[in-house]
Write a protein that binds this ligand. Structure first.
Ligand code: C2E
Ligand code: MG
Ligand code: MG
Ligand code: MG
Length: 302
């Protein structure tokens, strides 16, 4: 952590050094971000807005929108948009991930209800942190409260858990996953392929979906190895009764390969970027179903 702070110092000197999305913030910046995030969570005016953006998941065969993934956005009052890759680790480190996660759960339930009022049955997948799963009772209560408050059925919610978190064999984690499944939520393993999980272990968890990590999707057209890995993952997942989603699909070529391998759902910039809720509503209601079936290129023009 010290060297990270030093490199930030070298880069900018005053603790307000510019940093890229994938660089870890230095210690001083983390402290400042944590303070500002706490203020944003408290809803204090002038401390920037938290929002969920939504990215569609598309059924490969039918071309229908089957649901969306909710991705957290924070518009910092001075720094502008800050990536969750930067502020989620800050929230985890400074004890803010529970309130932040609670906000995400409540906000997605509220939005599901808004969409329902507008006649759209939209399933929403939210991302969960390890620390949220470490407190099964608190987490389950939070879901129950938010679902009841907005009159939302649990089957409209999916929880995405990264592979490394799912492989954590702590009993609390496993109990959380069991309790969430009992509540009626679907569970999905995110960024699959980046960890070292055995499918034999995953099979014991109440999981219904695997999301293949973007790194494999990126290499689909250029690497025979990536194609072999993706093919094997899809076949094994299907043999275990799991649905497969490809994340980060950016080209028509990648989508073609994935269709050929019977990947169930596709998600990525080729179809749509994560969008604010009202934009997603317009997008979802303006894409004619029959056009979705044939080509992804139509999405780019909408
Ligand atoms: P993730 O859950 O794996 O989400 C996918 C990331 O890939 C998102 O980045 C999304 O915007 C991006 N993406 C989608 N399609 C494409 C594509 O075609 N190409 C490329 N290059 N990228 C694509 P984002 O929104 O910056 O989120 C990054 C990570 O932050 C997420 O990875 C997730 O781990 C975490 N995160 C986001 N929202 C939350 C949240 O509410 N709670 C928690 N605990 N983590 C979150
Ligand atoms: Mg995810
Ligand atoms: Mg992912
Ligand atoms: Mg990812």
């Amino acid at each position: 952590a010290d060297s990270a702070a030093q490199s930030v110092k070298r880069a900018g000197g005053n603790g307000f050094a510019f940093f890229e999305a994938h660089m870890q913030a230095g210690v001083r910046e983390q402290v400042e971000l944590a303070r500002d995030l706490r203020a944003a969570l408290a809803g204090e005016a002038g401390n920037g807005r938290l929002a969920l953006h939504y990215q569609p998941k598309i059924a490969t065969a039918e071309g229908e929108v089957t649901g969306v993934e909710a991705l957290l956005r924070w518009n910092h009052p001075l720094r502008g948009a800050i990536s969750p890759v930067v502020f989620i680790p800050v929230a985890e480190r400074f004890g803010l991930i529970m309130p932040l996660g609670d906000w995400v759960i409540a906000e997605s339930c509220r939005q599901i209800a808004v969409w329902r009022e507008a006649g759209l049955q939209m399933r929403v997948a939210i991302n969960l942190s390890m620390q949220q799963l470490r407190q099964p009772e608190a987490l389950v209560r939070r879901f129950e409260t938010a679902l009841a408050q907005h009159g939302v059925d649990a089957r409209y919610l999916t929880c995405e858990i990264t592979e490394s978190v799912a492989m954590d064999d702590a009993s609390a984690t496993e109990r959380s996953l069991q309790r969430l499944a009992e509540l009626g939520l679907s569970l999905s393993i995110d960024d699959f392929g980046t960890g070292y999980s055995s499918l034999a272990y995953l099979r014991r968890l109440p999981v219904s979906q695997l999301k293949i990590d973007r790194s494999f999707i990126q290499d689909l057209e250029s690497s025979a190895d990536a194609r072999a890995i993706v093919k094997a993952v899809i076949e094994l997942a299907h043999a275990l009764g799991l649905q497969v989603v490809a994340e980060g699909v950016e080209t028509e070529g990648q989508a073609e390969v994935l269709r050929g391998k019977r990947c169930d759902k596709l998600q990525g910039f080729l179809f749509a970027r994560p969008m604010p809720a009202d934009e997603l509503t317009r997008w979802a209601t303006s894409v004619p179903d029959d056009r979705l079936r044939f080509s992804a290129s139509v999405y780019a023009t909408l």
